[in-house]
Design a protein around this ligand. Structure first.
Ligand code: FAD
Length: 139
């Protein structure tokens, strides 16, 4: 039986991302992830990305290495890698959220005034993505 995993990482964008940049990333992600049986959630704010990838272990690990090669970001840091019974982002091949009043509110709960993923505990990072997944940006 294939083992399912959830991998979380954050990274720093190498330049400010425009809406068009995010559309390019999400279009490629949604096409590829559908084929790979991977789902997840991506958020972008303050030039940081935070992403959750869920799916079969081999596919997720390979995709992570592929994404890590992308010159649009660097300083990748994996913050969590866990075996899961069931994915939680199944409705999204790659959901997306960026800065919003809700985002600010969720950050304030973690006593942050700006998005600094290295200051967020892994379980809080997952909760943040899960909360944002219910209030996504339509792109
Ligand atoms: P190609 O488009 O041929 O890409 C070839 C190479 O060029 C790749 O290394 C790619 O990273 C790079 N590249 C592509 N477009 C640009 C550009 N506009 N500027 C600079 N370099 C570029 N892909 C997924 O499949 N699933 C995901 O969940 C996913 N999440 C991502 C999250 C983040 C934060 C980022 C930055 C990228 C993500 N991507 C994701 C995109 C991924 O890195 C690849 O660009 C995409 O998978 C297409 O790769 P390719 O080799 O098939 O195609």
């Amino acid at each position: 039986m294939t083992q399912k995993i959830r991998l979380l990482y954050f990274s720093r964008a190498t330049r400010d991302m425009t809406l068009s940049d995010m559309k390019d990333i999400l279009t490629a992600a949604r096409t590829n992830n559908t084929e790979l049986g991977i789902c997840g959630m991506l958020c972008y704010s303050n030039r940081y990305f935070l992403q959750a990838l869920e799916g079969d272990r081999k596919e997720v690990c390979e995709l992570y290495l592929h994404i890590a090669d992308d010159p649009r970001h660097d300083e990748l840091e994996m913050i969590s890698f866990e075996y899961i019974d069931k994915p939680i982002f199944t409705d999204w091949k790659m959901g997306y959220a960026s800065s919003s009043p809700l985002f600010d509110k969720l950050l304030a709960h973690m006593e942050l005034t700006e998005f600094l993923p290295e200051k967020i505990k892994p379980r809080h990072a997952l909760a943040l993505l899960h909360n944002l997944s219910a209030h996504q940006d339509e792109i």
